[in-house]
Ligand binder design. Structure first.
Ligand code: HEM
Length: 134
């Protein structure tokens, strides 16, 4: 799952910095918290998941990692999309959606923690996923 997480992280990084640029140009900082979370949950966290899963393929090549990938990648857009709509419209009706998205992310983080404890051992720098997975 390392490559997948890194590719999605790069997309979030692009969206996050463009959002920051637009916020600065428009002098409209209502979506600052969305920008911050796109950058931190989208770019920083996913890049770190990607690097951990790349360097520890025993953790990356598991069903736990795949499940966590989908929990995170459904949770983040649902949570941040809902939050952005709430902030722009001033209507808090989407709160259950935002909470639901957040819970998916948190569940994924808990799976990541179990995966790290169960499968992260000796660092395998220089070896490919294929070398180590067998
Ligand atoms: C070219 C890239 C970026 C631009 C143009 C940009 C722009 C901005 C702007 C205009 C704000 C609002 C500041 C305010 O409320 O006065 C902001 C806040 C913030 N940004 Fe960025 N940003 C960029 C990249 C990043 C990255 C890469 C991260 C994290 C990895 C990040 C994390 C944050 C955080 C946490 C805040 C909230 C700070 C606070 O509330 O005090 N930003 N950014």
């Amino acid at each position: 799952m390392g490559q997948r997480f890194l590719k999605v992280a790069a997309v979030y990084f692009t969206i996050g910095v463009l959002m920051g640029l637009v916020m600065g140009i428009m002098q409209d900082f209502r979506l600052t918290s969305v920008h911050a979370h796109i950058n931190l949950l989208g770019w920083v966290s996913m890049a770190l998941f990607g690097l951990v899963y790349h360097f520890y393929p025993r953790a990356g090549n598991t069903k736990l990692a795949k499940t966590q990938f989908w929990l995170h990648n459904i949770g983040v857009p649902v949570m941040q999309g809902g939050l952005a709509v709430e902030i722009i419209t001033g209507n808090m009706a989407l709160m259950p959606v935002v909470i639901g998205g957040s819970l998916l992310v948190i569940l994924g983080v808990i799976l990541f923690m179990f995966n790290v404890f169960a499968h992260v051992g000796t660092l395998n720098i220089g070896k490919s996923d294929r070398d180590v997975a067998s």
